[in-house]
Design a protein around this ligand. Structure first.
Ligand SMILES: NC(=O)c1ccc[n+]([C@@H]2O[C@H](COP(=O)([O-])OP(=O)(O)OC[C@H]3O[C@@H](n4cnc5c(N)ncnc54)[C@H](OP(=O)(O)O)[C@@H]3O)[C@@H](O)[C@H]2O)c1
Length: 344
């Protein structure tokens, strides 16, 4: 039997990807769509400017969008996917959880809170245990779980693989697609024929979230990974797919071949949306490239290439689809993990 699910912020860039992924999903059935007061009361077709690369599903096109308020969402919907602006998420996600909903959220609010699981199911599924801590501390019946920022999620699976060689220090420079800023994020006059060498708050998210994701959970709290991560984030005129140049210092001294093998063999998860392999490693130093490789594993794989030894460790490039693996797909995967672990 399918689990009824709702989407908070269903009309946005990530919300549309959520619809695209959830409409054919084997375990989930879309049962509610919310957005801002300006969209509430309109049909989804009318309220959303549909921009993803498959037709708007007929099953959602005529659904009436409701306000993002627990009173507007039927309470027989156990799971909500949230793709709200973080200022709105910070306000309304706790209100939904207090009413007993389980919320799998993309928004950045609360990601670093000590009792909120920040998870990539293939990397740190055990952090879901923080839900018990969260319920004890906040008296919530539901649960709030987060996926990381899109640029963080692109590199962390590769760092998790490298941690087998003793990860000490990471330097990363990103080339991030315009869809990462949302539909109204970057104007064409700003980005065409141009590169924006700063994305507000993004470097700090990569530096902190990666250490929580790679941290150890002892049943009560997550201790951050001791590595030192520093990031520089750039917006480039690609549509989808974040490419990142990574330099990692390691305790051991592996060859480039050892590193490639460690990444290729890094295990995936046994969940419907997990790709196999999780990390696709290219020998061709000109790959991965956003346009050619962002849809590997239906947009859920991470690609790596250009692996070279450096005096302290290794240098390589990695890529993931920012609105699928980096956002909507990440939330859906967390929903699958919640279902598998009995939280729904
Ligand atoms: N884009 C990415 O690659 C990406 C990756 C990772 C994480 N995220 C995060 O995911 C979230 C959504 O990003 P996005 O790119 O999809 O943004 P977006 O395109 O701007 O969409 C925002 C959504 O939130 C709704 N909304 C706006 N104001 C609201 C309000 N006052 N009350 C209720 N709903 C409201 C919008 O509804 P209306 O259409 O009615 O305005 C729309 O559905 C953000 O927190 C973002 O940081 C995005």
């Amino acid at each position: 039997m399918s689990i009824r699910v709702g989407i908070l912020g269903a009309t946005g860039a990530v919300g549309q990807r959520l619809i695209q992924l959830l409409e054919p999903h084997p375990d989930f059935e879309i049962a509610a769509l919310t957005a801002s007061p300006a969209s509430a009361g309109r049909s989804y077709r009318d309220a959303s400017k549909w921009r993803v690369d498959t037709p708007i599903p007929e099953s959602v096109a005529e659904t009436t969008v409701v306000e993002t308020d627990p009173d507007e969402v039927p309470n027989d919907i156990p799971l909500l996917f949230s793709s709200l602006p973080s200022s709105i998420g910070a306000e309304v996600e706790p209100a939904f959880v207090e009413e007993g909903y389980v919320v799998s959220s993309n928004s950045s609010n609360g990601r670093m809170d000590e009792d909120i699981p920040l998870t990539i199911p293939e990397v740190n599924p055990e952090h879901l245990g923080l839900i018990e801590v969260q319920r004890d501390e906040r008296g919530w019946d539901g649960a709030l779980i987060k996926n990381p920022n899109c640029s963080t999620i692109t590199m962390v699976p590769t760092l998790a693989a490298l941690d087998g060689f003793g990860l000490q220090q990471v330097r990363v420079s990103t080339l991030q697609a315009v869809s990462g800023a949302g539909y109204s994020g970057v104007t064409s006059m700003e980005i065409l024929d141009n590169v924006l060498p700063h994305i507000g708050g993004e470097a700090q998210k990569m530096e902190s979230e990666s250490l929580k994701l790679l941290g150890a959970f002892d049943g009560a709290e997550v201790s951050l990974h001791p590595a030192d991560v520093s990031a520089s984030c750039n917006r480039v005129p690609t549509l989808d797919g974040h490419l990142e140049n990574v330099w990692a210092d390691l305790e051991d001294d592996p060859s480039a071949e050892d590193v490639a093998a460690m990444m290729e063999e890094y295990p995936s998860a046994d969940l419907p949306s997990s790709p196999d392999p999780l990390i696709h490693v290219f020998e061709d130093p000109e790959r991965p490239q956003p346009r050619m490789d962002r849809m590997l594993g239906d947009g859920m794989a991470v690609a790596a290439g250009g692996i070279e030894e450096t005096p302290g460790g290794v240098q390589y490039n990695c890529l993931a689809h920012n609105t699928i693996r980096g956002a909507a797909g990440a939330s859906v995967l967390n929903g699958e993990l919640l279902l598998e672990e009995g939280y729904l």
